[in-house]
Design a protein around this ligand. Structure first.
Ligand code: PLP
Length: 398
């Protein structure tokens, strides 16, 4: 009998990550996801969630989920195209389309599925994708799955994107210009007005992934397209239901034809079961909350400004963030992980992120402020950052 382990190389690789100090251990959340949470037996200030507005624990969402489970059960029983399209799914899509002021919307199981499923469905090997180098992994995977030719432009460089479009303008194939609305690692905002202009000039499809801007930017959280007032120029808007909305899922907004086409061809829609009724109902309730409680977004931005201003004042390098996503740069991946562990020991959870998620030498601890952090919690977190940062020699000399 051959007793060799054909998966041995995986263990070897894990060992080398452990040696390098970049192995990611999963922290286990033992409470709700909120401003303060319990991880691995410790109560900490949670600066590592995307729960921007505190909706994960909003009573209206919880009530809607419980009621839907009671009335409709816990599962939908099938994919959307077989028998898994429930009234709640249709209501949610109509609700989001109304919220975003577009013709139609399709909801996917996740933001990841929305991006990957959409790009792969609408393009083929004869087509071209012009993509920001820092676009989200789900966009990159969608581009690869589509088999279209991928042209990557330097981060936020709209002039370069335009140049690529110009070079392609004499050739054939559809062109898709695609960008995150807010970039998840650096927290900066895409130059949408310039990108939209370039797309319009060369007849390209314009697609924006608003995962980190849904519920954060624009009127009552309508996203970057609303933030820049660009409604005419963006053909495909992706959003997530997993971050500020507080639940799970992703959606694509656009023309009725785009959505009908995705109903016919998007593979995660066709081949993966739809949301449980409780998820759809909770998401529906979330859109009511966005419109009824705008003070949550105001509080999010007040907290963001306060936290970032004080981090900077204490000598941290927080890069170019324009949103609640706050990277604290430390250099090497190992330092980022050590910083994150030390913060945790002092009662603050913020994620260490290094290569290959971000470029080498650009490792960071990423802190995400939410609307529900109290001033006292932010002050304590700032104190801990300063204490640990000083100990580790991470502060710029004043
Ligand atoms: C989180 C994120 C996604 C994926 O959304 P999920 O709903 O968590 O799958 C897609 N794009 C960007 C830019 C993201 O930050």
């Amino acid at each position: 009998m051959n007793t060799s382990n054909p998966l041995k190389y995986l263990g070897d690789q894990l060992e080398s990550w452990r040696t390098a100090g970049t192995f990611q251990r999963l922290r286990v959340l033992e409470s709700v996801s909120a401003a303060r949470s319990r991880f691995d037996g410790y109560d900490v200030i949670n600066l590592a969630s995307n729960n921007y507005l505190g909706l994960t624990t909003h009573p209206k969402l919880i009530e809607a989920a419980i009621e839907a489970a009671g009335q409709y059960g816990v599962g939908s029983g099938a994919v959307r195209t077989i028998s898994g399209t429930m009234t709640l799914h249709m209501q949610l899509e109509e609700r989001i389309a109304r919220f975003k002021n577009v013709e139609a919307c399709v909801v996917f199981q996740s933001g990841f599925a929305a991006n990957a499923g959409t790009v792969a469905a609408i393009l083929g090997s004869e087509d071209h994708i012009i993509s920001d180098e820092l676009n989200h992994a789900s966009i990159i995977d969608g581009c690869r799955l589509s088999k279209a030719k991928i042209h990557v432009f330097p981060h936020k460089d709209a002039a370069k994107a335009e140049e690529i479009l110009r070079q392609l303008s004499t050739g054939s194939g559809h062109k898709l210009l695609i960008s995150d609305g807010v970039f998840s690692m650096d927290g900066d905002i895409a130059p949408l007005p310039a990108l939209v202009k370039a797309a319009e000039q060369y007849g390209a499809i314009m697609m924006v992934d608003d995962a980190h801007s849904s519920g954060v930017l624009g009127r009552t959280g309508r996203g970057t397209v609303d933030h820049f007032d660009l409604h005419e120029g963006v053909h495909i808007q992706v959003g997530t239901l997993s971050k500020a909305i507080g639940v799970l899922g992703g959606y694509v907004c656009g023309s009725r034809d785009l959505i009908e086409f995705l109903y016919q061809r998007a593979r995660p829609f066709l081949f993966s079961t739809s949301h449980p009724p409780a998820v759809a109902a909770a998401c529906l309730a979330a859109f009511d909350v966005l419109e009824e409680e705008p003070e949550r977004i105001k509080q999010l931005w007040d907290n963001t400004k306060y936290f970032k201003q004080h981090l900077k004042a204490r000598g941290f390098d927080i890069g170019v963030s324009e949103t609640p996503i706050t990277p604290v740069f430390v250099g090497e991946a190992k330092t980022a992980h050590q910083f994150s562990v030390a913060l945790f020991e002092e009662g603050v959870l913020a994620t260490g992120i290094g290569y290959p998620t971000v470029p080498e030498g650009k490792a960071r601890v990423r802190a995400i402020v939410t609307a529900t952090h109290s001033r006292a919690e932010l002050d304590r977190a700032l104190e801990v950052f300063a204490l640990v940062g000083k100990r580790m020699g991470l502060l710029k000399a004043a």
